[in-house]
Design a protein around this ligand. Structure first.
Ligand SMILES: Cc1ncc(C[n+]2csc(CCOP(=O)(O)OP(=O)(O)O)c2C)c(N)n1
Ligand SMILES: [Mg+2]
Length: 563
């Protein structure tokens, strides 16, 4: 089989049904093989950055994603998104069609290189932000393709493959057996003693609890966490990046833990626990309430492939197997209702008069009412972070880049989630500033007749940043676009429904539109209107970022909470 065909076959066997990306002379031969074989579906994007975001969004719902780009100019366009996948633990396969081996062996300078006879710079760049990198050759292709795909899947991290353009059509001997995505078997003694140690500690504790970070989703362990919590009646809190990983309608769901910024009951459940099972917890500013988090001394730290309990470190164990062992080892606590009441829901509704100017408060209240079970919610950085304060119906998913936090991510990611799960309803919450980074990918959604609902907040700029610094500064302003006209620009024969909402009544009308086509809802709001949680977080961020002598203390330098 040819090397290119084998690569496509392996991707297909790994469950990857779509390939995102942008063509170039160095990957056209692989794209021709894709077209000839019809193994994967091609989804061309407007930019490599957006392709990297799309593959990431796709992987979050589908388990793995892939993109192909051309040498260097394409690959470096995608590197921001790939680094984001690395930070957010998302398995993405980046295939860079690269310069022919002939050029490398003969030292021929080529376009899309730095022109100085070097070839390894981009492998070096990607070594910083991927779990594995390789330049394929006819000698290594069979082994390395499997190694990289398996590494991405096992580590939940991106990988980078260079496919030189002159080898894709060469035939090599390939295995007949399909690629099986599986972890190496655990060491059974280690799994059993680890599970017994966790079960013993949880059972002896008076107030045991579980803290879930996003790896629980990546390793597919949410059903086990829920089963354990149910059996023992344990409260389960999540970090922001893990919002919706535990169904928020689950009776033992205890809210979002974020140090001092948490609801008091959530904080109590975690910090006053005498045995906390924390799973994949990564303390950064946004998951630790700006480093005010204080986990109990007796915290068990479980990860994808290892567990720390007191002095013991368990290796050769996988999260799901450990949790299954714990579930079997603990006895059922007939606790009846949840020990820990779930954290507070969204603020009590206030009935605004329909003709009132739209405010952030009224907006998020209306959005809360719009949500349905099973929705996929995407959010970008900005005041749209308010979705973290909403109470989600059953079976919803949240896709956001909280740790990496690259604005514009959510537009590309939306293309990916729509491609991965077309049967679900997808809602994007984004600000004008973030949207301007990657807006053109809307055209790909229209091209493929996708039907998301896009909620865009037009507040003239970077409101979340105004809470750090520059409350009235022009550097926080953006150009005014006719956002709601864009569907027409990107697809002249579009049937998308577009709305511009300035009042509560406008928004209510837009929300009544049926979901039978793309809906674009632009909501115009005041640049100084922001949810209190977002303003607090920005104000705290400024203290961390600039220190006590920073410019944020000047008069009127910062958007502050309304008192
Ligand atoms: C790629 C990138 N560039 C810049 C930033 C810094 N940044 C974070 S949020 C933000 C503003 C977002 O503004 P908008 O999307 O309009 O949201 P709003 O707060 O106005 O609702 C900026 C510039 C970033 N996170 N990522
Ligand atoms: Mg804005």
């Amino acid at each position: 089989m040819s090397i290119g065909e084998f690569l496509l076959r392996r991707l297909e066997e790994a469950g990857v049904g779509h390939l995102f990306g942008v063509p170039g002379d160095f990957n056209l031969e692989l794209l021709q093989q894709l077209e000839d074989s019809s193994r994967l579906k091609w989804v061309g994007t407007c930019s490599e950055l957006n392709a990297s975001y799309a593959a990431d969004g796709y992987a979050r719902l589908h388990g793995m994603g892939a993109l192909t780009v051309t040498n260097a100019v394409g690959a470096l366009g995608a590197i921001n998104g790939i680094a984001g996948s690395y930070a957010e633990h998302v398995p993405v396969i980046l295939i860079a069609g690269s310069i022919p081996l002939r050029s490398i062996e003969r030292g021929l300078g080529m376009h899309h290189t730095t022109g100085d006879g070097t070839w390894d710079r981009f492998l070096g760049a990607f070594a910083q932000v991927t779990a594995a990198q390789v330049r394929l050759t006819p000698n290594n292709a069979v082994i390395e393709i499997d190694r990289l795909i398996l590494t991405a899947w096992r580590e939940k991290l991106p990988v980078y493959l260079e496919l030189p353009s002159d080898i894709a059509y060469l035939n090599v001997e390939v295995p007949a057996a399909p690629l099986i995505l599986a972890d190496p078997p655990c060491d059974q003694e280690r799994v059993q003693s680890c599970a017994a140690a966790i079960a013993g500690r949880l059972s002896r504790a008076k107030a045991p609890a579980i803290l879930v970070d996003q790896d629980v989703d990546r390793y597919g362990a949410a059903p086990e966490v829920i089963a354990l919590a149910e059996k023992m009646g344990l409260p389960v809190a999540v970090t922001g990046p893990a919002k919706a990983v535990i169904d928020e309608t689950f009776p033992h769901f205890a809210g979002i833990y974020n140090g001092k910024a948490s609801d008091s009951r959530t904080r109590e459940a975690i910090e006053a626990s005498d045995c906390l099972l924390s799973i994949g917890y990564r303390p950064i500013d946004g998951t630790s309430g700006d480093f005010t988090a204080s986990l109990p001394a007796d915290t068990i730290r479980a990860r994808g492939h290892s567990v720390d309990i007191g002095d013991d470190n368990y290796q050769a164990v996988t999260l799901k197997e450990v949790l299954r062992g714990v579930i079997d080892a603990v006895s059922s606590t007939d606790s009846g209702p949840a020990r820990q009441a779930p954290a507070a829901a969204a603020p009590a509704p206030r009935r605004p008069d329909g003709s009132e100017k739209l405010t952030q408060a009224a907006y998020w209240e209306a959005i809360q009412g719009y949500l349905r079970p099973g929705d996929v919610l995407l959010t970008d950085n900005g005041t749209s972070y308010a979705i973290f304060g909403l109470r989600l119906p059953a079976k919803c998913s949240v896709v956001a880049s909280i740790i990496w936090g690259s604005i514009g991510y959510s537009v590309g990611a939306l293309l990916g989630t729509l491609t991965a799960a077309p049967q679900r309803r997808h809602l994007l919450f984004i600000g004008d500033g973030s949207f301007q980074e990657t807006a053109q990918e809307l055209s790909t959604m229209l091209r493929h007749d996708c039907k998301p609902v896009i909620f865009l907040i037009n507040n003239g700029g970077y409101t979340i940043e105004r809470g750090y610094l520059g409350k009235n500064s022009t550097y926080n302003d953006v150009a005014t676009w006719a956002y709601a006209d864009l569907p027409k620009v990107f697809r002249p024969d579009t049937t998308a429904r577009s709305f511009v909402c300035r009042t509560v009544a406008d928004l209510e009308e837009a929300l009544r539109a049926p979901n039978d086509r793309l809906i674009f809802i632009e909501s115009v709001m005041d640049p100084h209107d922001a949810p209190a949680s977002v303003i607090h977080s920005s104000n705290n961020g400024a203290e961390l970022d600039y220190g006590p002598r920073g410019p944020q203390h000047r008069d009127d330098a910062q958007l502050r909470p309304v008192t």
